[in-house]
Design a protein around this ligand. Sequence first.
Ligand SMILES: [Fe+2]
Ligand SMILES: [Fe+2]
Length: 358
Amino acid sequence: MRGAAESDRTTFSRDELLESGACQAPLVAGGVRCHGGFEADGAYHSPRMLHRGPAIAAWQARLAREGAPLLSIPRALMPPQYPNVEQATLLLRHGVRDPIVRTLTIVSIVEGFGAIIRDVKVPDLSALVVEPVAGTALAHLAHGLFEAHARDESGFKDEGGHKQMWEAARDLAFEKPKIPGDVLMRMMGRNASRGRRPERPFPMLDETLERMLALMAQVLVVEVFAEGTFDWGVRLLSNPEVSAAPVAAGDMVRHVQSDEKPHVEYLRTALSELRARTLRRVDGGTLSGREVVDGLLHRILREITRNRPREQREDIRESMIEAMRAAARPAALLEEFDALESRWTPPERTGFEPAAAA
Ligand SMILES: [Fe+2]
Ligand SMILES: [Fe+2]
């Protein structure tokens, strides 16, 4: 238990936010030393949480004391994973592994991309926010929080991160499968052709601030929705019928899953802090933080809930049908596969509608 003095503390150094503390045994995955480690009782503990965990709790407690709500993304907005667990299990039972290996490889690559968060430009918030920001998560974004997040995702120095942990889970479950050679190229091609134009929904704001907030909102949504992918990974890779290492592979995904919690928590805390404040416009006027944060989240959620199910299908469907040809009766398998598809319609509302439409 932390003492009262510790829990009231809201200012931390960069080094503190990156500090893991001691652990009894390191996590080694697929021959790679990964971050995090195990307590004497065998429980996994996430990296860089010695102070980051208490810090996030203290910032959230402060928000609550100030009567500001802590925003959350409704789970109902989370689209189902494609292929779903039943579909993936069916494929594996028929010896069709490529699509699942491909999906797991895509997840590991996306995790590695998470390192871009350390390159986000953070403007001088004390100049752009009317109310003080000292002692908030906002004030620590550029001083440890973004860096800790980047290290968690892609590893740091000789320590693997989520990228390596997902690769290890995949290689454990499917005994070092052959990785399709075109995964990265296809991802790049799709992203380019989807060509989302960089928009500026709030051109009256400082551009660096707007870009940072847009990215934080985007990453928060991706982190929350990743929960669905992780549940999928745990269920699939823990199934001894289709996984060669149901305990080790399932646990690996659980470790990654527990490391993601602080990402969701610091992002929603910082966005909530900003939502409760007032932003300066470039023309000298002001704008409510709530209008900006809700506006960004609404746009992102509306877009991702409408497009993601289709995009996930596109990522995998063509190569999956190709891979099914190796099965005894490809047409029957595809029919059975499609019959198992999760039906899903995005909810009408995101919960972050502009005030006038709420
Ligand atoms: Fe991650
Ligand atoms: Fe994350």
